[in-house]
Design a binder for this molecule. Structure first.
Ligand code: CMC
Length: 363
């Protein structure tokens, strides 16, 4: 039996949901390329696209159902105590989501789609000493998420920018969190269990925990001329540059440019921190040059998290909550994959090779 470190060469699922072409730098979601979707469709439409065929009685437009689900989920906000507020936001979101019913139906799924937005924004506000804001079910998921975050209606271009982000990250092949969700779904545990597994895998810095540290890196660099020495010193210490490298992409992650486009569209409608995008671009250029020299054997390009950090910063999410915002989008993919696994997949149960000591023989 063959062994593959990190399961790199293993195909562990057949899926109709998304395809990551790492050589061409292409992402396909149910027959649509990423650039056909981002900036042209809403998060709700993409949830529907992913859920199609996996749930009975799926309405044509999910906006109202997801809005109602936000309202239902908000009841759990009253369970937030000081101990939860003291946790990192993504851990608080996970604890609150663990209280939700573990079903397999559309209502459970839409509750789980709604929950990360309601809990992330409520926890951000509570951490800032402000009161959580009741959802408005009449708004789109993106517009209401921003309203629940800021306590005011989304400004020009903001809801479109958050929609672009949520659509960009909604699904991505068999990434670590989606695999975790599929493993749990393969045991026939419910959708809440599968989503909690996904969320736990997402939080690690090699996966969805990277964009917060991207902001720390940019702030530590401070000026374009400090980029090269800072990056060289980091690599000398053996650190990884957050927002660079990918298991599948050997070229630029297409999601990075989709998000850069969203940042530019937002900046055209609402004033942004002057020079921030240009500064980030200069850091990216320096990083790519240095990584090329550092690892000529291993193509290391920019990934989604670098421009995620810039976009979520522009929308004024605090960096400590970026992983919770990632979950707001990726939850759609976890749920669709969990249903696909439940529908056709066997229990996922690979083997391990024992390399420990043999039992001692009796003398
Ligand atoms: N900076 C410096 N060196 C790197 C980086 C990086 N960002 N990424 C990979 N390497 C090196 C790594 O140190 C390793 O070297 P060695 O062979 O000497 O140990 C080599 O490249 C291969 O690394 P690996 O961990 O085997 O490669 P992987 O394909 O499993 O890594 C990765 C993928 C995303 C975990 C990695 O590139 C990384 O740690 N990046 C930084 C964290 C990050 O940006 N994460 C977000 C990923 S994109 C969002 C998502 O889809 O999850």
């Amino acid at each position: 039996m063959s062994y593959s470190d990190g399961l790199e060469t293993v195909i562990a699922a057949h899926t109709v949901l998304s395809d990551v072409d790492g050589q061409a730098g292409r992402l396909t979601l149910r027959g649509w390329s990423l650039d056909q979707l981002v900036g042209r469709t809403t998060f709700e439409s993409v949830v529907r696209l992913l859920f199609d065929g996996f749930f009975e009685d799926l309405p044509k437009d999910l906006t109202a159902r997801i809005g109602q689900a936000r309202l239902q989920v908000y009841r759990e906000v009253s369970a937030i105590d000081e101990a939860l507020v003291a946790l990192p936001v993504v851990e608080g979101v996970r604890a609150l989501m663990a209280r939700l019913v573990d079903g397999d139906d559309l209502t459970t799924a839409l509750t789980l789609v709604a929950a990360p937005a309601v809990f992330t924004t409520a926890l951000i506000r509570l951490q800032a000493g402000e009161s959580p804001i009741l959802p408005d079910p009449a708004l789109s998921h993106a517009a209401d998420s921003l309203r629940m975050l800021h306590g005011r209606p989304a400004g020009p271009g903001e809801a479109e920018a958050l929609d672009a982000y949520l659509v960009t990250v909604c699904d991505h092949g068999l990434n670590a969190s989606t695999f975790a969700a599929r493993v749990v779904a393969s045991t026939r545990a419910g959708l809440t269990s599968a989503v909690l597994a996904g969320l736990s895998a997402l939080k690690g810095p090699l996966h969805g925990g990277a964009p917060g540290p991207v902001i720390e890196m940019l702030d530590a660099i401070g000026k374009p001329e400090r980029a090269r020495p800072w990056i060289e010193a980091a690599l000398e210490r053996g650190d990884r540059l957050m927002g660079f490298g990918h298991r599948i992409y050997r070229v630029r992650d297409p999601r990075a440019d989709a998000l850069k486009g969203a940042i530019r569209r937002l900046a055209a409608q609402a004033p942004q921190r002057p020079g921030r995008l240009e500064f980030a671009e200069s850091v990216e250029i320096a990083a790519l040059e240095i990584l090329k020299a550092h690892r000529p054997d291993r193509p290391l390009d920019v990934n989604v998290e670098f421009y995620t950090a810039l976009l979520l910063e522009a929308l004024q999410f605090p960096p400590g909550a970026f992983t919770g915002v990632f979950a707001m989008g990726r939850v759609a993919g976890w749920l669709a994959h969990a249903r696909e696994q439940q529908a056709g997949g066997r229990l996922i149960r690979p083997q391990s090779r024992y390399v420990g000591p043999e039992p001692l023989r009796a003398a």
